[in-house]
Structure formats: C-alpha cells, structure tokens
Design a protein around this ligand. Structure first.
Ligand SMILES: [Zn+2]
Length: 334
C-alpha cells in the first residue's frame, strides 16, 4: 500500500509524452490573447529604435502600417496605438486634433487592415509639455481633474471618429470613464467599447515606456493619480467604479509584479480582463536574454502563460509578434 502512488503522482509519472502533457495542460497562450502596443510618430520612413526596449521602434505611419500588417499576418487580433506628436503644449491639443498623429495613424491602419482591431490610448501625457496625464494649474502645480476630463472625452471621440475600434483611457483621472462614455454616446459612437486602465499602479516598471513615448513628467510624479503598489483591495474598488461608469473591459497594469491583483480582479468580476505586460517587464527579459542569462523564448512564454493563468483574457505585450511566431513554430514542430 505504501508504494502506491497518489493519483497526482501517477498522473505526473504517466505524462511521458508531449501529447499527454498537452492533454493535462490547464493554460494555453495563443496569438488570440495578444494585443501589440505600438508607438507612432510624425514623418516618413521613420524607424527610431527605443534604446531601453530592444526590438521596439517609434514608427512613422507608413512603417506602422507595415508593422501592423506583420502582426495581423501572425494572427494577432489587435494593436494599441500611442502617439508621439510634433508639438506638445499645456492643453495637450495634439491629443484631440482630428489630424493628430494617432487619428491619422488609425485611419491609415484601418484603411489597410479593416479587420485588425485598433485600440487607442486615451491620455494627455504624451501631448502635454509637462508630461502629466491631465491639465496642470500653473500656480499650484495641481492636476485639474474636471478640465482634464473634458479633454480626455474629446480625445476619445476624435479617435472613434478616426475609426478606433476600442478606446482605452489610461489617465486615472476621477470620473473619466463616464465622461468618455457620455461624449462617445453624444457623438454617435454608442457601440465603441471602453477598455479602462482600472488598476494602474505608480510603478517604476513604466520607465522604458517613457523613453518610447517621450512622456516622462517634467516635474513631480504621477503618484497623486496612480495607485500605490502596496494596495490590492484598492484595485477592486477602482475596477468596480470603472464598471459602474460604463467600462466594457477592465485592465490591471503592470502584469507580472501584480499577478495577485489580476487574480483577485478575475475572481471578483466577470467582464473581460486585460493585463498590460509593461515596458519594464519587457526590457528586463530582453536585457537578460541579450546577456545570455535567460533563454528568451522560454522565459517570455512562461511569463505570458502565467499572466493568462492568473486570469487575464487579453494580454497587451511588446513580445506579441515574437510570441505569435514562436507559437506557430511550436505548432508546426508538434
Ligand atoms: Zn498618461
């Protein structure tokens, strides 16, 4: 009797072939899970490497269309667009300009690839001269919440007008989801869903993104409107608020250092849940791989599988094209 394996041991010992292991596998990552974030900038044939994010570039619209075609060809269902405007000002006018960089990029990409989902980042930090996500009062340096809401709502509506399939507010201002929902409805975009960055932490892992999007705050930091990394229950409150305000998809950002938050949100709500595998998470694995310290492919697939295992339906990741390519190779190899 003492030599009899427990059922769990028997299963493990029996799993001798990859097919049997596959049969027992609880979580599978697929290109269908992925959204590829991209940075668009002005000019033609521009391909500026982002030094802290090897493999990631600021792309002019022509090159962004080519890159989007590649992603689409790999089976990635959607991309997320961030804009780097020609001019920045205190009113973030580039964010809601009908001829702004993101609006132009959306039109070009949707023209070329009508079936590719184009999600637009709704925020002001890439467009403000000071790099904050809202309008700043000159004397106090405080973020003016309600003035910012108006501009965010205009930004979302102008992106929907350009053809964005989903708008994704990342600013964390109070009341932004309902302000954006109201403006979209008023402008005739009742069917445009909102993917809300609901639990967005004030993390150090956004560092490389700020190089890529040229959006580092010129003074202060974003801790007055982003969440304390030490808090998990607060994430649930933020998520519930966004859902009450009309969010269709909610997001936890970053992903890997916050898998517990992702899991808690998954347990608490039944809307589609997105996780943003942020720039710092990407750069860490890239740097380790470049040094020969980690097997990039194995590490990335394990990391993304863990994000899905924690409960994400949608994973936004700069690794998306590589992952889609590797999965296709794995599939051919089996
Ligand atoms: Zn922002």
């Amino acid at each position: 009797m003492s030599n009899m394996p427990f059922p769990q041991q028997r299963l493990r010992r029996t799993r001798r072939t990859e097919r049997l292991r596959g049969l027992m596998r609880e979580t599978r990552i697929s290109p269908d899970d992925l959204i590829y974030p991209m940075f668009v900038t002005v000019g033609e044939d521009v391909r500026n490497p982002v030094p802290s994010m090897p493999g990631i570039f600021q792309l002019s619209i022509d090159n962004a269309v080519a890159e989007a075609k590649k992603a689409y060809g790999l089976g990635i269902p959607g991309i997320m667009l961030f804009g780097i405007p020609e001019h920045k000002d205190e009113a973030a006018s580039g964010a809601y300009d009908p001829e702004g960089i993101v609006q132009l990029a959306v039109r070009a990409i949707k023209d070329a690839l009508p079936d590719l989902l184009v999600i637009t980042d709704v925020c002001l930090c890439e467009y403000t001269s000071h790099g904050h996500c809202g309008v700043v009062e000159k004397d106090s340096g405080e973020i003016l919440n309600d003035v910012s809401l108006e501009l965010l709502a205009r930004t979302a509506a102008s992106q929907a007008e350009a053809g964005a399939d989903i708008v994704a507010p990342s600013d964390m201002m109070d009341g932004r989801v309902s302000a954006i929902r109201a403006e979209l409805d008023r402008e005739g975009f009742e069917n445009t869903p909102i993917m809300a960055y609901s639990a967005k932490y004030a993390t150090t892992f956004y560092g490389p993104f700020r190089d890529a999007a040229e959006s580092a705050p010129q003074f202060g930091d974003r801790r007055s409107y982003q969440m304390d990394p030490a808090n998990a229950r607060e994430a649930l409150r933020e998520v519930r608020l966004d859902i009450e305000e009309g969010a269709d998809i909610v997001m936890v950002k970053p992903a890997l250092p916050y898998l517990d938050v992702l899991y808690r949100v998954r347990e608490a709500i039944d809307l589609p849940l997105a996780a943003y595998n942020v720039s710092g998470e990407y750069s860490m694995l890239k740097a380790a791989a470049q040094n020969g310290w980690l097997d990039e492919r194995a590490a990335v697939l394990e990391a993304l599988t863990s994000i899905k295992r924690a409960g994400a339906d949608i994973i936004l990741s700069y690794h998306a094209p590589d992952v889609a390519r590797w999965l296709a190779e794995n599939h051919q190899g089996s």
